[in-house]
Design a protein around this ligand. Structure first.
Ligand SMILES: NC(=O)C1=CN([C@@H]2O[C@H](COP(=O)(O)OP(=O)(O)OC[C@H]3O[C@@H](n4cnc5c(N)ncnc54)[C@H](O)[C@@H]3O)[C@@H](O)[C@H]2O)C=CC1
Ligand SMILES: O=C(O)[C@@H]1CCC=N1
Length: 279
């Protein structure tokens, strides 16, 4: 689907790039419908301009003046400053989409101090290749059409789920950060393979296909993961030996604690945003 909307990104880091790359690759918008700005790194803006053909400007007012959608894609710690810089230029007919971890739409609405539609989304970096799992929640003034607009945008970079905003902390800890947990797992598997004498290219191919196969099995068979695991685990076999070792290291407990800690961190980021005074 193509839209005629103009989209401004305030913040030009990895998440902005992942979304831009996905939207352009899927033909959702033409590159000249996108404009990016950041705090001060002009080289980064030029890089995105060269790579994706998007427009760029160091002047935030310029970036948002003709935009239909404003995507907030700076770090939560920079959001207060960034919003205070642009709030006077934001108009009530513009849709603000925030991908910031932890920060509630109500804080953003308060800071903008206008009845502007804010939609909060939590994508992940797999957006780059159209495989994000994005959750979306409406702020106070966001209409169904606004949510649908955001939904369409994020559908170009993967799957979407519309949720209540209070679920977004846990979702951030689960699927926002989730790819990093998987990459960390792969790093460990690659290292183990190397130590067992398998060259890294071979290990990489085997690990990637194993991950993709397991993901597709979960999706296509709709079996519970425990059932799929049991089918691999022959009594007294290699898998059992491996899993017992993971249990000794409390792997399951570690992963559960990981998601819970990331969820808690999302809440902390929200509180920090709320409490930090604006200099
Ligand atoms: N990286 C990820 O996997 C995900 C990130 N997010 C969220 O996306 C947001 C951005 O994350 P990343 O892209 O990883 O960060 P990043 O550090 O790569 O990029 C942040 C960008 O914000 C810009 N910025 C900082 N202060 C600014 C200001 N006052 N005005 C305009 N621009 C300003 C920086 O110049 C930079 O371009 C964060 O809020 C994060 O919570 C959400 C989902 C996944
Ligand atoms: O680490 C972070 O704070 C961001 C939010 C989700 C993924 N990256």
């Amino acid at each position: 689907m193509k839209v005629s909307q103009r989209i401004a990104f305030i913040g030009a880091g990895s998440m902005a790039e992942a979304i831009i790359s996905g939207m352009i690759a899927q033909g959702f918008v033409k590159s000249n419908q996108i404009i990016v700005t950041n705090r001060e790194n002009r080289e980064r803006l030029a890089f995105l301009g060269d790579k994706y053909g998007v427009r760029n400007t160091p002047v935030k007012r310029e970036a948002i003046k003709d935009a239909d959608i404003i995507v907030l894609s700076m770090k939560p710690k920079d959001a207060k400053e960034a919003l205070s810089e642009v709030k006077e230029y934001i108009q009530e007919n513009q849709l603000v989409i925030s991908v910031l971890a932890g920060v509630a739409t109500s804080f953003m609405e308060d800071l903008i101090a206008k009845k502007v539609s804010v939609v909060r989304a939590m994508p992940n970096t797999s957006a780059m290749i159209g495989f994000s799992a994005t959750a979306i929640a409406a702020g106070t003034y966001a209409t169904e059409q606004d949510v649908e607009k955001a939904n369409q945008l994020f559908q170009t970079i993967g799957t979407t789920t519309i949720v209540e905003e209070n679920s977004l902390h846990a979702i951030t800890g689960l699927s926002g950060s989730g790819p990093a947990y998987i990459y960390y797992l792969v790093e460990a598997m690659e290292q183990a393979a190397l130590e067992e004498g398998i060259d890294s290219d071979t290990a990489k191919d085997l690990i990637i296909q194993t991950l993709m196969g397991a993901a597709e099995m979960l999706k296509q068979t709709e079996e519970k993961p425990a059932v799929l695991r049991q089918k691999i685990t022959s009594p007294g076999g290699t898998t059992q030996a491996g899993l017992e070792t993971l249990d000794q290291y409390r792997y399951q407990e570690a992963l559960q604690a990981c998601v819970k800690r990331a969820t808690e961190r999302s809440k902390e980021l929200g509180r920090l945003f709320e409490e930090t005074p604006l200099n």
